[in-house]
Design a protein around this ligand. Structure first.
Ligand code: KG4
Ligand code: ZN
Length: 353
């Protein structure tokens, strides 16, 4: 009896023992830091780099310089918000790749030095896996996706359809053969004179536009792969032609243009998500990445939940675009598995699963 009581006390003590993970994200143009206690987010801080707006896209050299300026204040802010000190940290997780090499190097060298100084484990995280693992933050067991599920990564650099068998067992079953979906949103936006990143602006302007006013091609690509460059080029050529006839064409049609191109870009991926569900027989779908903030892709998935009974997992807006909480949650599951990185590990701009 006494032994049972002793075990129960030990188990509950172990359960409550804090595990503080610092997550650091620096793969592109956002410097971000978060503190998690197990799977709970205590702080999630981000410093967006506005400097790229004037160039209409991310300038890699400027991004790495800005990361160097931002990383210490952002980590400091995350610790303060979480109300802990660096000495309480259990491990440091950082984005090892994929991403811009100069940007990744800043996170890599900072995380390594800090983990070495504090004598705690270092965990290199795959950015794309982290976009999917965001669904395991904070949530009750009934709300998280059950394995296996279909993961869909839609971001500025990637477009992937995956079978997710476990936290770290993810198989890419479809991907873009050229541009990423977010890149297509941003380039079409640039052609219309919209600020970078244009995805959220196109989404907003689309709300009062007609999605059928202008028709753009949906490419025929084999299997679960997608292509975005043909549709983007058709859009750019169309704008050039119409502007030649009427210099005010963009201004006079901005809402219909946004709505029409958005509808096409989203259709390209949603028809492949439908195909993935059919092919695999898995009807649980979880999306991630910046474009998962898009209202049209969210409407499509919610409709599938209602009409076809799919189980759908859509992240809250703060966890769609790049953030450090997603690196922290991936770090937490690595920490549980004692899956630590060597201090000689390097940033990997083309890191795969
Ligand atoms: O995941 P993310 O922050 O960075 C990468 O890992 O690439 O994704 C950024 C991308 C940008 O291309 C941005 O235009 C797009 O996500 N995005 C959107 C929306 N919000 C962000 N695209 C369409 N609709 C949105 N609401
Ligand atoms: Zn991302």
């Amino acid at each position: 009896m006494l032994i049972v009581y002793f075990c129960q006390v030990t188990i509950s003590f172990m359960k409550q023992k804090p595990c503080y993970i610092l997550g650091i994200e620096s793969s592109c143009d956002d410097t971000a830091a978060a503190i998690l206690n197990h799977n709970k987010v205590l702080s999630n801080c981000i410093s967006n780099q506005k400097i790229h707006m004037q160039y209409g896209g991310v300038v890699p050299e400027l991004a790495s310089r800005a990361h160097q300026l931002n990383i210490i204040p952002v980590v400091d802010q995350a610790l303060k918000k979480a109300n802990i000190t660096q000495n309480q940290l259990s491990a440091i997780a950082y984005t090892q790749g994929p991403g811009l090499l100069g940007s990744l190097l800043v996170g890599n060298s900072f995380a390594k030095s800090m983990a070495m100084g504090l004598n705690i484990p270092l965990i290199g995280v795959n950015h794309m896996q982290a976009h999917i693992l965001v669904h395991f933050i904070n949530e009750k067991k009934s709300l998280i996706p059950g394995f296996p599920f279909i993961g869909v990564n839609v971001s500025g650099g990637h477009t992937q359809i995956l079978i997710v068998r476990n936290y770290f067992d993810m198989e890419i079953i479809g991907t873009t053969i050229d541009d990423a979906i977010g890149e297509a949103f941003d380039k079409c936006g640039k052609k219309m004179g919209l600020d970078y990143p244009s995805g959220p602006i196109i989404d907003k302007l689309s709300k009062t536009g007609n999605p059928k006013k202008f028709l753009f091609p949906v490419p025929k690509v084999k299997g679960l792969d997608v292509s975005y460059s043909g549709c983007k080029t058709a859009f750019v050529n169309f704008i050039e032609k119409e502007k030649y006839k009427n210099s005010k064409f963009i201004n006079e049609n901005i809402n219909d243009l946004c709505s029409s191109i958005q509808s096409t870009l989203i259709k390209i991926i949603t028809q492949k998500i439908e195909m993935a569900v059919q092919k695999t027989g898995i009807n649980c779908v979880a999306i991630g990445g910046g474009v998962s903030a898009n209202s049209k892709i969210r409407d499509f998935l919610n409709e599938k939940r209602k009409i076809s009974g799919w189980k759908i997992h859509i992240p809250s807006i703060e966890y769609t675009t790049d953030n450090a909480a997603m690196i922290g949650i991936a770090g937490y599951y690595n920490w549980k598995n004692k899956n630590f990185s060597d201090f000689s590990s390097v940033a990997n701009s083309r890191m795969s699963f």
